[in-house]
Design a binder for this molecule. Structure first.
Ligand code: NCD
Length: 298
């Protein structure tokens, strides 16, 4: 595997191999894993904001002994009119082993891989509304840690699915792993056409007997004039509180990729509650990214 651009490129056995690698890294002292890729370098190009994804990639690289440089886009020559292709070719001339790229344009990392004639690895850290494969992988890994098998699971995903690259990667990964059932809930206009068969009639039937409940942020920054959605009263109609969580299985886990908007898609009592694995997802993000980068560079 040279790049990771889309989670659909991974088979079930690829995903399970990454779970196993992440599990091994969990038990490996950092001093030891830092010897694995000494002398290699990576560059993080984040054209969109990030808290957890960027720092998680930075830590993953450091724990593998890889020097990582994060380009400060605000202070880069992009602001002087340099094209993305020229920026990439310039940075590539410095002989890096890996680019980690987040961008608002769907599929841009595919073009970038082609501009580099597939000579340097690229990881997609989020492209527009399309894919966020490493978030999908860390979400799958978190589910696997808690539930072990996917075939009999019901996964409920609630919120702004139309603009969610996280949900796309998760749903595609769950499909590859042959998950029992996926149910979605949101205003119909926020469900992509291709996923409408999974839309539940109401919040209760979406959550009922679920093993995993995934909440999503309303990504207002991606709304266009074609999204005439009122987000007033969102919590009342689509928010998860403790009372609604009772509809799920008793041992259901609650997930959210972050950043969370408390009191909108999720109540404090759930975000901070015993069933929440939101911070475990963050922790697993470093391990899963370590596993992936190790595979790409080995
Ligand atoms: C998400 C993203 O950027 O797609 N966040 C993340 O990477 N953890 C989801 C979001 O911004 O709501």
């Amino acid at each position: 595997m040279k790049h990771l651009l889309d989670i659909k490129a991974l088979s079930a056995s690829d995903i399970h191999a990454l779970f196993e690698q992440a599990r091994q890294f969990k038990n490996t002292p950092i001093k030891q894993s830092q010897k694995l890729h000494q002398g290699r370098s990576a560059m993080a190009l984040f054209f969109e904001n990030s808290t957890r994804t960027l720092t998680s990639f930075q830590l993953a690289c450091q724990r593998l002994g890889i020097d990582i440089t994060a380009l400060n886009i605000e202070h880069s020559s992009t602001k002087k009119g340099e094209t993305l292709r020229d920026t990439l070719l310039t940075l590539n001339a410095m002989q890096t082993d890996l680019f980690i790229v987040r961008h608002s344009q769907n599929n841009i990392q595919q073009s970038m891989a082609e501009w580099l004639n597939h000579q340097t690895s690229i990881i997609n850290a989020g492209d527009g509304t399309n894919q966020h494969p490493t978030q999908g992988l860390l979400d799958l890994y978190t589910i696997w840690q808690h539930k072990k098998a996917f075939e009999n699971l019901k996964v409920a995903i609630i919120g702004d699915l139309k603009h969610s690259r996280v949900a796309n990667s998760l749903m595609d990964g769950l499909t590859t792993l042959n998950v029992g059932e996926i149910k979605l809930y949101a205003p119909e206009a926020l469900i992509p056409e291709s996923r409408k068969t999974w839309l539940a009639d109401d919040m209760k039937s979406c959550i009922q007997d679920a093993d995993v409940v995934v909440m999503l942020r309303i990504q207002k920054e991606r709304f266009t004039a074609e999204d005439p959605i009122s987000i007033e009263n969102w919590h009342q109609h689509y928010g998860l509180n403790q009372e609604r969580l009772q509809w799920a299985k008793e041992d259901a886990i609650v997930m959210h990729p972050g950043p969370i908007n408390r009191g909108i898609e999720i109540a404090d009592e759930v975000a901070d509650g015993l069933q929440s694995v939101i911070l475990e997802q963050v922790k697993n993000g470093v391990l899963m990214r370590q596993a992936l980068i190790h595979q790409l560079l080995s």
